[in-house]
Design a protein around this ligand. Structure first.
Ligand SMILES: N=CN[C@@H](CCC(=O)O)C(=O)O
Ligand SMILES: [Zn+2]
Length: 421
């Protein structure tokens, strides 16, 4: 990485600072976004030093001066839901999906998540670490500067801790900021089929150790038919909450069990998926501070028709974020820009709502609202210069990488490569 102390970005066509609203943004406020035109941003020693009209700032001294040529500049994106650390891959399941075998049936047959559990148990810490760093690099290349990472492919003490330690080391060594979640309750392994409660007890026995080693801030569970019930989820998450963890839930993804309602009842920081949330669940979500983290890439990848009802949620007043759900089975992409397009096309979110969903709200969904997702003076300089004329262009032109340059804490982290012809 370069070590320039001051970098001036000038001639910015559109600057999104994403700070129109206080705190997490909800309901119709998500559609209100102000755009600063012809602006400049000075980054110094890793933080935002000054923001102002380009005409007033472009003559300033700086170690590096970058002409943004009238393009878009935004905060670094935040991806609030990934399964970053895993062994192996599952391309062999693609044919089953094409034949219409449902996701939960593949799991029931010992495939899906359980296949990745086997590969993750077999992988060494070094292999998992190198693989996680590879994916983090790719995540960063798409403009993401803060990312959440879950465990959940061990479901035994050794492997869950191995995954969490890998995530911690990756967070320490990679320039991206990483927020860790313990998802030991992700599936029921063969030996616990008759007694899932026992698995939950064993996973809950790890809470204190995870706290003591500072291995995760959040505890998450997959509440779903054939996985964990609402009652089991309530008991498990309450134990985690009592020990001081913040909560997340994989809720109402495939069957409407009332996971959205439970996430709200327990004061979870986020309820994730929510593809089949009921009217009642949506109305509870809207009356709460729980953020709905919607994952349209998963619905697309699993070939399901039912996308989360983002419009109803936003119209009811909820706070919504979106994420890749990057994982080896149900959403195999690190590209958050692609998810922005799916949010527009499949969930009918407006560009303004989408930008809130990948910056401020995504940051709040992982308790980083004070650090990430906005450009303002004194804040860490996580900034993306885009090869795009305006903010609407990113969801519109889908499936490619629009990033020109990613700055993480003021340092150039990624720059678009050019063809050599
Ligand atoms: N639904 C549960 N867990 C993941 C998928 C994990 C996998 O298939 O490996 C998800 O969020 O989509
Ligand atoms: Zn997930």
């Amino acid at each position: 990485m370069d070590t320039k102390k001051t970098t001036l970005l000038y001639n910015i066509g559109q600057l999104l600072t994403m700070d129109d609203h206080e705190g997490q943004v909800r309901g119709k406020d998500m559609n209100e976004l102000s755009v600063k035109e012809n602006y400049a941003v000075l980054m110094k020693d890793g933080v935002i030093e000054k923001i102002g009209p380009s005409s007033e700032m472009e003559k300033m001294e700086a170690d590096e001066k970058v002409d943004c040529e009238g393009k878009l500049v935004t905060p670094g994106l935040v991806d609030p839901h990934t399964h970053l650390v895993f062994g192996g891959s599952r391309e062999h399941e693609m044919a089953l999906k094409q034949q219409g075998v449902p996701y939960l049936d593949i799991l029931k047959q010992g495939g899906g998540i359980l296949s990745t559990v086997r590969s993750t148990r077999e992988a060494s810490e070094k292999e998992l670490y190198e693989k996680a760093m590879f994916h983090l690099n790719r995540i960063a290349s798409f403009g993401v500067t803060t990312v959440e990472a879950k465990s959940g492919y061990g479901m035994d003490r050794e492997t869950e801790l191995k995954q969490l330690r890998v995530a911690k080391k990756a967070g320490e060594n990679h320039p991206l900021d990483l927020v860790s979640t313990f998802l030991g309750a992700h599936a029921i392994t063969e030996d616990y089929k008759e007694d899932p409660e026992k698995l939950l007890d064993e996973m809950a026995d790890l809470f204190q150790e995870i706290k003591d080693e500072d291995l995760a801030e959040f505890v998450d569970i997959f509440t779903e038919t054939g996985v964990f019930t609402i009652e089991q989820s309530r008991r498990y998450l309450q134990k985690a909450k009592d020990l001081g963890f913040d909560l997340k839930m994989h809720a109402d993804e495939i069957d409407p069990l009332g996971g959205t309602d439970l996430a709200v009842e327990l004061g979870a920081r986020s309820g994730d998926h929510l593809a089949v949330a009921t009217d009642e669940g949506i109305s509870k979500l809207a009356d709460s501070d729980t953020i709905g983290v919607l994952l349209p890439g998963t619905i697309f990848y699993l070939g399901k028709g039912e996308f989360a009802r983002a419009r109803d949620m936003i119209e009811a007043g909820a706070s919504i974020a979106i994420s890749t759900d990057f994982n080896p089975g149900s959403s195999v992409t690190e590209n958050l820009q692609l998810i922005m397009s799916l949010a527009a096309l499949k969930m009918k979110m407006t560009p303004e709502e989408i930008w809130h969903a990948v910056t401020v709200n995504a940051a709040h969904a992982i308790n980083r609202g004070d650090e990430a997702g906005q450009i303002n003076v004194g804040r860490k300089a996580d900034v993306v210069v885009w090869d795009a004329p305006n903010y609407m262009y990113i969801p519109y032109h889908y499936g490619v990488n629009h990033v020109r340059t990613v700055y993480k804490a003021g340092q150039k982290l990624y720059e678009r490569g050019d063809l050599l012809v």
